[in-house]
Structure formats: C-alpha cells, structure tokens
Design a protein around this ligand. Sequence first.
Ligand SMILES: N[C@@H](CCC(=O)N[C@@H](CS)C(=O)NCC(=O)O)C(=O)O
Length: 278
Amino acid sequence: MAKTATKSAKKPASKAASKPAGKPAAKTAAKPTANAAARSVSKAKAKRPPLKLSMLKPSVNNMTVRVFARAAGFDAAEIDAWGHTRSPEYMARNPAHLTPMIEDEGLPRGVLWESCAIMQYLANKHGLEKFYPKAPAKRAMVDSAMFYLIGTLYPYVARATYPALGFPQYAGEVGHSDAHPDRKSEAQKAAVAAIAEPLEVFHTFFRNGKPFIGGKSPSIADIRLAATLEFLAVIDYALPDWAKEYMAAMEKKLGKAYAEPAGDVRGYIAYVKSQASA
Ligand SMILES: N[C@@H](CCC(=O)N[C@@H](CS)C(=O)NCC(=O)O)C(=O)O
C-alpha cells in the first residue's frame, strides 16, 4: 500500500518536475533555488541543528516535514527542488527522485526521503518525545496511524484530488488510462466516497476522544494527517465538523509552524481553483 501511495504521489511531481503546473507553483517554485538554499527559520529561536531539506511547496507530503521542522525548532535550510528532482545530481543522491528529502551526515547514504521516516528519524535522533513518544505502546499507535494514512487514506485522497490539482495519476489507474472521461469521473467519485471511512477511523479509533492522536499535543501522526487533509479543499470535500475543528486546533497549537507551509499548499489550491472557474 505504501508503494501505491508513493507511486501515486510521484506522478504529480514528475509532471511538476518537467512542467510547472500553475502560477503559484511558478511563483513559489519555478525559480529554481536548488543551489541557493533559502533560509527558513521559524520565528521561535531555533534550538536544533541546521537541517538541509529539499522540498516542493505545493505538496502536502512536503508540507508535513516543513511543519514538523518548524514546530520542532530546526533551523531548516529549505531547497526548492521544483524542476530538479530528475536531474542527474539529484538522482545520484536520491534514485527515487522524491521530496521531501533531508541530508544528514549520520545517515548511511547521507540522505533520507519519505515524510514519516524523516520525522521519525529526526525525533529519534534529537529525543523529541513530545512529537514521537518513546514508550513502545504509545509509539506503536503513532506508527500505526502514519502507516494507515500512507497506505490507505492517502491513495484515496490522491485519486480524489489529483485530477483537480492537475497532477497525473499513477500507472494502472483509470485516471491514468485513456478511458472515457465519464469513467475517470466515476473513478474519482468512488475515491471521494471512500475517504469517509478511514477519516472516521482517525477520529474514533486513533483520537479516541483526545484532541490529537498524540493526546493533548500533536504528534508526528497528527502533522501527517492535518497536512493530508489540506488537499481536500481542492474538491470542496465536506469535511465532518470534527475534522474542521481538528485542523483548526492543529493550526492554533502549532501557529506559524503550521500556517506558513500550509499557506503554500493553500495558495496552490486557490490558484488551480481560480483557473478552473476562469
Ligand atoms: N510517500 C512519500 C511521497 C513523496 C512524494 O511523492 N513526493 C513527490 C511530491 S508530492 C515528489 O517529490 N516527486 C518528485 C518526482 O517524482 O520527481 C512521502 O510521504 O514523502
């Protein structure tokens, strides 16, 4: 399932890598800054060591790590990888050509991709128990929520939103085929309908009456979930009240650490929506 999510998520950026999809993306990402790392320091005094992060601004996979880096107080040097993920230099380091990607000397291959793995690694390395509890049982629930998201919820979200976002879907799917537009529309609607069940699981099972999956404060699973739900705005998905309140609580709790990267995703969505209604 994770493979599915990865494949589905690769596509948009593949396209993005060769052809920027829209104005905000162009604004935010078309100016390649791969060689000119833009410092993005959270307003709060950075307490962690510098972090080199290759990212794409319109992506919720990237938003996840960008929010975490800010919330955890890393001094993140964000490198806009727009248009560079398939370059020989990038692929020499990261043959999966994916973002987000961090560079860290402590890693066997010097780099790490996959948003959840990055947050787990950084939390482990720097003892950030607030975001990723150490106790095995508590940690297992955070891991379970993240795997469930990547393996089950995200593929539905991708199939439901990528057509509207202008991102291609992955090989083998109706949306990727040359099927009649009606068939593609049916497939998209089926994916939209499928979102409700896993969404409810996050609410009833993982949150289980608590404000966040992590309890009183957001865990890395909460950051991953809230960022993922941001994409649903592109299809005006009717989020249940609890989910709206949950996202608002995430933003309130994390402040600019959440709002700043979310602003890039929201800006992209606003742009594609304005294009669709033009
Ligand atoms: N499951 C991965 C998905 C990562 C991913 O698909 N990244 C896309 C952007 S959303 C990417 O960088 N694609 C670039 C490419 O394929 O060239 C994660 O959570 O980090």
